[in-house]
Write a protein that binds this ligand. Structure first.
Ligand SMILES: Cc1cc2nc3c(=O)[nH]c(=O)nc-3n(C[C@H](O)[C@H](O)[C@H](O)COP(=O)(O)OP(=O)(O)OC[C@H]3O[C@@H](n4cnc5c(N)ncnc54)[C@H](O)[C@@H]3O)c2cc1C
Length: 476
């Protein structure tokens, strides 16, 4: 009997958006309500933009994907996209802050502009502000160009975390050092900075001090396809893991500890099974070595995470590409074990037959559910049992045969371009947008789907609200 699934964690998107807007407006509200802002319009703009930028940067600490209260419901994909795009917006506001401090040339006060520029560039008492701006720009540029710079992910991640904590400290310092807003405002900034930094440090510290492995051990790492490995992990004695099908775990091996050396992998086994299974595709330093792991190696597991979980009750269409089949295997097995009566379709695409996982990983579940897997290979031999890839609209239409797309739930996981194609195509076929879900294995930029664009326009609306608040403060 599968264990009761964990309670659904995380706040709904609207609540999160309202909290975000409230936390950014909070430092500006007293001045807005009492009308006691700076006398000069340019300085009001500088304050408004500076405060909004600072609040946005502080909030980045808790949108890093490790807080289930934030990403538990909206998912890691949306959380990371928000985190990624909020940073350049904050940088833009920080630049507006600096430009407004400099102000425009004033014919009545010759030399004022150069004095202001000098103040910003080398004036005393502003070193922390200069350093913060440079650090913010470096963090944003490195994050956006990371994949193109060829930097090792672990090094980038450690540098990013260290840079972020330093940035928060510099911002709090600047807010306090500036002193113009008074002791109360200084106290608010310190509390704000601590309020976001301590939970972030806590999340890391708790994992760091946990004994490595906590009793999970590797049973075996066996080849499961071209540069693809199946890892079977045994639970500690008497222990097991409560998760929902489709969720993922942060995993580290041997003496390597969470959270410094962990990597995210979807759980490929179903909840309630006597082991955890992971499918790992060789993709770099860490994953290239998993095939050499010896049975008995300690495994550190931090789970469950993610919201790539079937939620509907109608027909379910599962579309997997490459190693993206991992969470889909968990979902298929779970549906089979719970004797689900949902009509299920399963489309699995890969570069070649050799790149596909062995049929024994999905055939039993498919047989129990009465599902005939549709296997698509880019290199399908003429006359073979596999359909010829890459995935097309015709394959999707075949998968939907006899189903009303308006009642279907579609879940897809695989390479970015494939997920974008599937999400857009099934939307055109009539599947409601909220019934389409996908999970990215890489946050690198790629073509956005219609659903991504809808989400981005939601972010843009939120940030436009922040900009409107700055304008109101400026003009008040
Ligand atoms: C939610 C989620 C679920 C995933 N599930 C699976 C799975 O089931 N099977 C599988 O093979 N892969 C999965 N991945 C991808 C896997 O985590 C990366 O391929 C792996 O971490 C690469 O590490 P590396 O050191 O071998 O390669 P690197 O060369 O270090 O990294 C290659 C790329 O992987 C990504 N990456 C590396 N480390 C991390 C990290 N700690 N966190 C996030 N991204 C990282 C980066 O985009 C990086 O550019 C998943 C990723 C995510 C985000």
């Amino acid at each position: 009997m599968p264990p009761t699934p964990p309670k659904r964690r995380g706040l709904p998107p609207l609540v999160l958006a309202l909290c975000y807007a409230a936390l950014i407006s909070l430092p500006l509200l007293p001045a807005l309500l009492t009308g006691q802002g700076h006398g000069q319009a340019a300085m009001r703009l500088a304050t408004g933009a500076g405060v909004a930028a600072a609040a946005m940067i502080l909030l980045q600490m808790i949108t890093s994907g490790r807080f289930e209260a934030i990403s538990g419901r909206i998912g890691i994909d949306i959380t990371m996209a928000f985190h990624k795009w909020a940073a350049p917006v904050a940088l833009l506001l920080a630049l507006v802050h600096v430009l407004a401090v400099i102000g425009l040339p004033d014919p009545d006060r010759p030399g004022r502009l150069s004095r202001r520029v000098e103040l910003v560039l080398s004036g005393p008492g502003l070193w922390e502000a200069r350093l913060a701006l440079i650090l913010l720009a470096v963090l944003v540029v490195l994050a956006l160009l990371r994949d193109r710079l060829g930097m090792r992910y672990q090094i980038w991640r450690a540098g990013h975390a260290l840079g972020a904590v330093t940035l928060v400290a510099l911002i709090a310092w600047h807010a306090v050092e500036d002193g113009r807003a008074g002791a109360l405002a200084a106290a608010v900034w310190i509390l704000f900075a601590l309020g976001v930094t301590l939970p972030a440090l806590w999340v890391y510290a708790v994992r760091l001090v946990r004994p490595a492995g906590q009793g999970w051990t590797l049973r075996e790492a066996r080849p499961a396809g071209e540069r693809l490995w199946l890892l079977r992990v045994a639970p500690p004695e008497g222990g097991d893991l409560c998760f929902e099908p489709g969720q993922f775990a942060w995993v580290a091996f041997g003496r390597k500890r969470l959270p410094l050396h962990d990597h995210p992998f979807s759980i490929a086994s179903a909840p309630g099974e006597a082991e955890l299974r992971f499918l790992v595709q060789e993709a770099g330093d860490f994953t290239n070595g998993v095939g050499q792991l010896a049975p008995g190696t300690r495994v550190s597991v931090d789970a469950p995470h993610g919201s790539f979980v079937p939620r509907g009750e109608g027909p379910l269409v599962l579309v997997a590409g490459g190693v993206g089949v991992a969470p889909i295997l968990s979902i298929l097995s779970h549906l089979a074990q719970s004797r689900s009566r949902r009509p299920v379709r399963f489309l699995y695409a890969a570069r070649s037959a050799e790149a596909m996982v062995p049929p024994d990983l999905y055939r039993p579940a498919c047989a129990a559910l009465g599902v005939v897997p549709m296997l698509v290979s880019d290199r399908a031999e003429q006359g073979g049992a596999l359909l010829r890839g890459p995935l097309t609209r015709a394959h999707l239409a075949e998968a939907f045969e006899g189903l009303d797309p308006a009642n279907c739930e579609v879940m897809t996981c695989g390479p970015g371009p494939m997920m974008t194609f599937v999400a857009d195509m099934v939307l055109k076929m009539g599947v409601p947008m909220q019934a389409i879900s996908y999970e990215r294995f890489s946050y690198a930029a790629g073509r956005a789907s219609a659903k991504d664009r809808r989400i981005l326009s939601g972010f843009a609306a939120l940030w436009s609200g922040v900009a409107a608040l700055v304008l109101i403060y400026w003009l008040a």
